[in-house]
Design a protein around this ligand. Structure first.
Ligand SMILES: [Zn+2]
Length: 662
């Protein structure tokens, strides 16, 4: 790169809300230009960010630098804000360099922290200016290594296009622009001539808009981007693991989770319809996807995504739609009509593995309550789910899934996209009640009508709802796994809620009991969830899962009773000890005695309420913590009786599927 082919723009901008009492245009103006011109091929000066952005649009962004002069009279904070606002508006490809008289290392550092590419002290010196073009080289390297965009980023000034679309140019500006345009002055503001051109430009460039969002939410340090090769023996072991209901992704390494995902999704390739994909393409997609899940989230990490994928795979195997990966003979169904075609199963698998892509570890309520950028972007509606789907599709685009599926405007790709998005949006628990109602109604429709007589639009509608039901069951399937698995998942989910609660407290927000570390009781959280959330859904979808949650529910209830009894015993002993001490010292303890007694009776009374309806009791803190800290789940004698394979002859399987296939 030669600095003589580069453009440097000097922005002598002041905060529009700040009134300076001195003249901004300094006497150094002449010498600044001279110095800049000695090093750069093209020098441009401007006083407003808007016209700067429009000027940048006319230039190749890969060879343009923006030097932002700060006004010394402004407060530090205002200056930093100005720098950060300018960076936000300018394309990522254009480095923003701060130009100031402030010789303060701390302030320099803060400028870099808000995104400045470099910091130059006034007055300009030729020897310093000479090296500034190197920031362009660095910026290009950074952009090439961006995990999501290296293949398809269109490097240009998108935001300026958005600015021109969203903020119509005022009549005064338009007048100047057209006058300038008549004079063939290419340095003046650019105004697209036709609406069509403006929209075409926007469509071609809007990738930067989503990039800015995604870059803020994906891990800054992606996990490993390669995996160890599988040996035959290891592959056979993983194939066995994924074909069992007692699948335990929490005990698998990151590499094994990637391999499991590839093995599961590849099972669809054995079906006639999905033949366009190669396993190595799928492998590189999964590797990338795994790297943008946040490993440090206790619950919403890649292991959870693999768990949901495995659950759906297990369902589809049991329905005879997909062959088992461990060589178990494929279950055959006499019914030839299938609501799920192989390509729908492929889409459902992709939705499952990507349904929580780049999950930040806090829920929608937190994002909405803190007015997070994502909540503002999606207007508080299914914020995370919309974000997961959008991010997943960026990655699918990078790995050319749209091309493989016949191009972005093909029917096949559009059906794939519709199914993936619908399934992911269905995982928003705020919509749970509505979905349960719709799924119950669908169950009835399937019983009352013959799906073979449905026309294509009806079939599509029912298919989307069917997939929504399956992914919703899979997303909360933890509670129906064999108890040791259910226990592990419950612990980490509660930990993620508690971490959010800690953060809410730090931020001075109110903390609901479910997120309050001092109030959470593991058993209560599970009993409440099973009774009020899971049962209703599983009733309509899967008798098999219903059987499992009933067993798990009774185990959680047993644990709760034991905890209450132990706690009561402990409280009584402590109280008796205290009473003896008080008696020796001669103090009056009658009132405290009664309090303790009342508390113990109240706690025990809750036990008898369990069958008549669940209420969240206020458990003592020590008990809450002991529940969270009791690491080893108990083993129950009949544990193995109900954690084995799903016998499709005995179980009806997911109810509406059984109507169709069994
Ligand atoms: Zn999930």
């Amino acid at each position: 790169m030669d600095p003589q082919t580069c453009t440097i723009i000097l922005l002598k901008q002041t905060n529009p809300f700040y009134i300076s009492d001195h003249d901004d245009i300094s006497n150094h103006e002449e010498s600044e230009s001279d110095i800049l011109q000695k090093s750069f091929g093209n020098v441009h000066k401007d006083t407003s960010i808007e016209s700067c952005l429009n000027y940048i649009k006319l230039l190749p962004s890969s060879s343009t630098l923006l030097l932002v002069e700060l006004d010394d009279a402004m407060e530090n904070q205002a200056q930093l804000q100005l720098v950060s606002q300018t960076i936000e508006l300018v394309s990522d490809a254009v480095p923003v360099i701060v130009y100031s008289t402030r010789d303060d290392p701390q302030f320099m550092l803060e400028c870099i922290q808000v995104g400045a590419a470099d910091y130059v002290l006034k007055p300009l010196r030729p020897d310093v200016i000479k090296t500034l073009f190197l920031t362009l080289v660095r910026r290009q390297h950074q952009q090439q290594s961006s995990p999501l965009y290296q293949d398809h980023l269109i490097s240009c000034s998108t935001i300026s296009t958005i600015t021109s679309v969203m903020s119509p140019i005022t009549p005064t500006m338009a007048h100047h622009c057209s006058a300038a345009s008549n004079n063939n002055n290419k340095n003046s503001a650019y105004l697209p001539e036709r609406i069509q051109d403006r929209i075409k430009a926007l469509n071609a460039r809007d990738i930067n808009f989503t990039k800015a969002i995604i870059d803020s939410y994906i891990p800054s340090q992606p996990s490993a981007i390669t995996c160890k090769q599988l040996t035959n023996e290891h592959e056979a072991d993983l194939r066995k693991k994924i074909s069992s209901w007692d699948f335990s992704p929490l005990s698998l390494s990151h590499d094994d989770l990637v391999h499991c995902s590839v093995l599961i999704i590849s099972q669809v390739f054995l079906l006639n319809e999905v033949t366009e994909f190669r396993q190595d393409q799928l492998y590189s997609f999964i590797l990338d996807l795994a790297s943008i899940y946040h490993d440090e989230n206790p619950y919403h990490n890649f292991a959870h995504a693999v768990d949901v994928l495995q659950c759906i795979y297990y369902f589809t195997c049991q329905l005879g739609l997909v062959p088992f990966a461990d060589g178990t003979p494929r279950i055959t169904n006499s019914k030839t009509y299938r609501i799920l075609r192989p390509r729908d199963i492929f889409a459902l698998f992709i939705a499952a593995i990507g349904h929580d892509t780049a999950h930040p570890g806090v829920n929608n309520a937190f994002l909405i309550n803190t007015s997070a950028p994502l909540a503002l972007l999606y207007n508080d509606n299914s914020v995370l789910e919309s974000f997961h789907a959008m991010t997943l599709f960026q990655l699918l685009k990078k790995h050319k899934f749209n091309d493989i599926l016949g191009g972005s405007d093909s029917k096949e790709y559009n059906e794939f996209r519709k199914l993936v998005i619908t399934s992911i949006l269905a995982t928003d628990m705020a919509l749970h009640g509505d979905y349960v109602t719709k799924i119950k109604e669908q169950k009835q429709r399937l019983a009352d009508s013959d799906p073979t007589e449905w026309d294509a639009p009806r079939c599509l509608e029912e298919r989307l709802l069917f997939c929504s039901g399956l992914i919703k069951c899979a997303d909360i399937s933890n509670v129906a796994r064999p108890f040791p698995r259910a226990f592990e998942w419950a612990q980490i989910l509660v930990e993620e809620f508690a971490s959010q609660g800690d953060l809410e407290r730090e931020l001075g927000l109110s903390v609901i009991p479910m997120n309050d570390r001092s109030q959470i009781v593991l058993e209560d959280s599970q009993i409440g969830f099973i009774r009020y959330v899971a049962v209703g859904l599983f009733e309509s979808v899967s008798e098999y899962m219903q059987d499992h949650i009933k067993r798990n529910l009774s185990i959680w209830e047993d644990r709760k009773r034991e905890n209450i009894e132990n706690n009561h015993e402990k409280t009584t002993q402590q109280h008796e000890q205290q009473r003896r001490q008080d008696s020796n010292s001669g103090s009056d303890t009658t009132a405290t005695d009664e309090e303790y007694h009342a508390q113990a009776v109240a706690a025990l009374a809750k036990k008898s309420d369990l069958d008549s309806g669940y209420t969240l009791p206020a458990m003592p803190t020590t008990l809450a913590m002991s529940s969270l800290l009791s690491m080893a789940p108990k083993r129950y004698p009949d544990e193995h009786d109900h954690q084995g394979e799903w016998d499709h002859h005995e179980s009806a399987g997911p109810v509406y599927c059984s109507y169709l296939y069994i």
